[in-house]
Design a protein around this ligand. Structure first.
Ligand SMILES: NC(=O)c1ccc[n+]([C@@H]2O[C@H](COP(=O)([O-])OP(=O)(O)OC[C@H]3O[C@@H](n4cnc5c(N)ncnc54)[C@H](O)[C@@H]3O)[C@@H](O)[C@H]2O)c1
Length: 265
């Protein structure tokens, strides 16, 4: 219950999905959480869920692509709670309808992908780390994706910027490790956030299930539990790593689903 006692955790994109689950689980482990999202109502809703569960939360409206907004977020955190120990750079994503293959992709969407995924992670880190140094250490947790690890037929920008998040994670771990600051990334596989659950056709869900080693898709809490671990002192010797939480999607040989049929009954 108290794995994050006395820690202050900022979670961007906590108005929804995985970020909301992380805010609730971190608060349940004793952290004071800052719910940062550009959707003010969504941020307030998450903070309300945290406080209804007996936790402590501050809702902030932020655009993670704007440095002034990110600086206001980290400053407001320290003004409210006196310190900042954990930063989850969680906002990210691209539009799969315009983030296509290299020849047909929309270059404006590529620029948006850079801003939303890698610029945001850099800005959050550079604004939070001075506070972590003052606190004597901290943990930065970046949200990457399995898209950083494999090629794909579309979402070219998404894979590229998430690979950049993995690279930045290693540089942050290297540069600020001497200050007791750890930096790790998580690569979620398919996670059924409400938005996906309501919009994905059943055949797409079936195709994702077919390539997972486990017979189910992820829930937001599956990723959030890993974030709690990386925020806590249980992971004090872990830094610069990519934790792949994907139900075995990238573990098994691509031939494995077909080869199952070759097994004796
Ligand atoms: N859901 C999945 O299957 C999956 C898989 C791999 C990686 N991821 C990664 O997880 C992260 C979030 O995914 P999710 O499924 O929880 O998404 P989500 O859409 O449920 O939540 C994203 C939140 O970010 C907020 N947001 C968007 N732009 C913002 C901005 N500029 N500034 C501040 N807040 C902003 C939104 O308002 C929303 O509340 C992303 O980095 C995504 O790439 C998700």
């Amino acid at each position: 219950m108290n794995r994050l006692q006395d820690k202050v955790a900022v979670i961007t994109g906590a108005g929804s999905g995985i970020g909301r689950a992380a805010a609730r689980l971190m608060a349940a482990q004793g952290a004071r959480v800052v719910v940062a999202d550009h959707d003010a109502d969504a941020a307030r809703e998450t903070a309300g869920l945290v406080t209804a569960g007996g936790g402590e939360a501050l809702a902030l409206t932020v655009d993670v692509t704007e440095e002034a907004s990110v600086a206001a977020m980290t400053d407001a955190t320290v003004a409210e709670y006196g310190a900042l120990h954990v930063l989850c750079n969680h906002v990210g994503g691209t539009n799969p309808r315009t983030d296509l293959d290299v020849l047909r992709m929309d270059m404006a969407e590529f620029d948006r992908a850079v801003a939303l995924n890698i610029r945001s992670t850099l800005l959050g880190s550079r604004r939070a780390i001075p506070h972590m140094i003052r606190a004597g250490g901290g943990s930065v947790i970046n949200t990457a994706s399995v898209a950083a690890l494999v090629g794909d037929v579309l979402q070219t920008s998404y894979g590229a910027v998430k690979a950049a998040v993995v690279s930045l994670t290693k540089s942050l771990a290297t540069q600020y490790g001497p200050h007791g600051i750890r930096c790790n990334a998580i690569a979620p596989g398919a996670v059924m956030t409400p938005a996906l659950e309501n919009n994905l056709p059943q055949e797409v869900i079936d195709s994702l299930l077919a390539v997972n080693a486990l017979p189910y898709l992820g829930a937001p809490e599956d990723i959030a539990h890993a974030m709690v671990f990386l925020a806590s002192d249980e992971s004090r010797y872990l830094t610069g790593q990519l934790l792949v939480v994907d139900g075995g999607m990238t573990t098994q040989s691509p031939a494995a689903p077909g080869r199952r049929a070759m097994l004796p009954a």
